[in-house]
Design a binder for this molecule. Structure first.
Ligand SMILES: Nc1ncnc2c1ncn2[C@@H]1O[C@H](COP(=O)(O)OP(=O)(O)OP(=O)(O)O)[C@@H](O)[C@H]1O
Ligand SMILES: [Mg+2]
Length: 314
C-alpha cells in the first residue's frame, strides 16, 4: 500500500532522514515511534507530498509521490503535527471549505460533511467558531478535515499530544475505529501510545529506522540479555551456585532465599540464548526440585532504550 524507499532529506547541514525505507500493508496500523527530532514529521510530510526528499521516493498504491503528488494526496488524509485550523471560521464552514478545496461539491459535499461530522462526533459544535473549541475538539475537527475526501490512508502526526487523559482515551478510541477501515500511520514519542493503538511499531531514531515489528516481537528483540528466574527447593543454595558457576552457558547468577526457604536464582545466559530447556535438564540431572521458572520480559521501553543507546556515537 505504501512503499517508502531510501528517503534522504537534509535541512542545511542537518540530515533529518538518512536512508529511510519501510512498507505499510493495507489495513495495518503502524505506530511510528521515535524521540524528538528523530525524523517522524519529515517522513510524514514526504509521504503526504508536502515536501520533497533529496533522494528516494514513496509509492502510494503504486504511484510515486515525487512524480504524482496530486494523485497520491487523493488517497491520503493527513493530520499535521500542529493541526493548523482557521480559528475565526465555524466548524462546518471550515470543513465545507476544505471539502471544496478537495474537489467536492453539491450532494457529494453534503454527504461527506454528514459522514465526517458523525464519524468524529462533533454534531453539537458545528456552528461554533473553531477558536472556542477545546483541544480535544480541535483534534476531532482536524481528523474530520483529514477524512473528508474519504481517503484509504490516514497519516496522523502525534494526534494525542497536548490532550488531557480523558481526551486521549477518546481520540485513541476514535483512531481504533478508523483503523478498522483504513490504513494508518500514527507518529508518537510515547511508547504506551504506540502499544495501545498499533498493530506494528516502527522505531525511528536520528533519521534511521532502527526496528520494526509487532509490539511482542520487539519485546523479544531485547530478550538477549534478559534473565531467567529459577526457583528451587534445595538444602544448600551454595551447592547449586557452585554447579551454575561451572556451567559454560551461564554468564552470571545470583540468588536470594525466600522466607519459606525456597531459593530464587536469577540467571543471565551467555550470548542471550534461551536456556530454559537446559536449565530444566540441569535441575533434573542434579535432582533439584524445580518449583518455578520464568523469563524476565523486556518491555518495549527496554527495547527502545537499548536501540537508541546503540545509536549514540561514542
Ligand atoms: N524546516 C526545518 N528546517 C530545519 N531543520 C528542520 C526542519 N524541520 C525539521 N528539521 C530538523 O530535522 C530533524 C528531524 O525533525 P522532525 O520534525 O522530522 O522530527 P520529529 O521526529 O517529528 O520530532 P518531534 O517528535 O519533535 O516532532 C530535526 O533535527 C529537526 O530539527
Ligand atoms: Mg514531529
Amino acid at each position: 500500500m505504501i512503499e517508502v524507499r531510501n528517503l534522504v532529506k537534509s535541512y542545511g547541514y542537518i540530515k533529518a532522514l538518512d536512508d529511510v525505507s519501510f512498507e505499510v500493508r493495507r489495513g495495518e496500523i503502524v505506530g511510528f515511534l521515535g524521540p524528538n527530532g528523530a525524523g517522524k514529521t519529515t517522513t510524514m510530510r514526504i509521504i503526504t507530498g508536502y515536501i520533497y526528499p533529496d533522494s528516494g521516493d514513496v509509492l502510494v498504491r503504486g504511484k510515486s509521490v515525487v512524480q504524482d503528488p496530486i494523485e497520491v494526496k487523493r488517497s491520503i488524509g493527513y493530520l499535521p503535527e500542529d493541526n493548523p485550523l482557521y480559528d475565526d471560521m465555524e466548524v462546518l464552514e471550515y470543513l465545507q471549505f476544505i471539502g471544496e478545496a478537495r474537489g467536492l461539491k453539491g450532494s457529494k459535499l453534503k454527504d461527506a460533511l454528514d459522514r465526517v461530522v458523525t464519524t468524529v462526533d462533533i454534531n453539537h459544535v458545528v456552528y461554533r467558531p473553531i477558536g472556542e473549541l477545546s483541544k480535544g475538539y480541535r483534534q476531532r475537527v482536524g481528523l474530520a478535515q483529514a477524512l473528508i475526501h474519504d481517503p484509504e490512508i490516514l497519516i496522523l502526526d502525534e494526534p494525542t499530544t497536548g490532550l488531557d487523559p480523558t481526551q486521549i482515551v477518546e481520540i485513541r478510541s476514535l483512531i481504533k475505529d478508523l483503523g478498522k477501515e483504513k490504513t494508518l500511520i500514527i507518529s508518537t514519542h510515547i511508547l504506551p501510545e504506540a502499544q495501545a493503538t498499533s498493530t506494528r511499531i516502527l522505531i525511528i531514531n536520528r533519521g534511521k529506522i532502527v526496528a520494526s515489528g509487532a509490539p511482542e516481537e520487539l519485546t523479544q528483540l531485547a530478550r538477549g540479555d534478559h534473565s531467567i528466574h529459577f526457583v528451587v527447593k534445595i538444602g544448600s543454595p551454595e551447592q547449586v551456585a557452585g554447579i551454575l558457576d561451572q556451567t559454560p552457558w551461564i554468564e552470571a547468577h545470583t540468588y536470594r532465599i525466600r522466607d519459606n526457604g525456597e531459593v530464587e536464582f536469577v540467571i543471565r545466559p551467555k550470548g542471550g540464548e534461551d536456556i530454559r530447556e537446559r536449565l530444566f535438564l540441569l535441575a533434573r540431572e542434579n535432582d533439584w526440585i524445580l518449583l518455578e521458572m520464568w523469563r524476565e520480559k523486556a518491555t518495549l521501553e527496554d527495547v527502545f532504550l537499548s536501540l537508541i543507546t546503540e545509536e549514540v556515537p561514542s
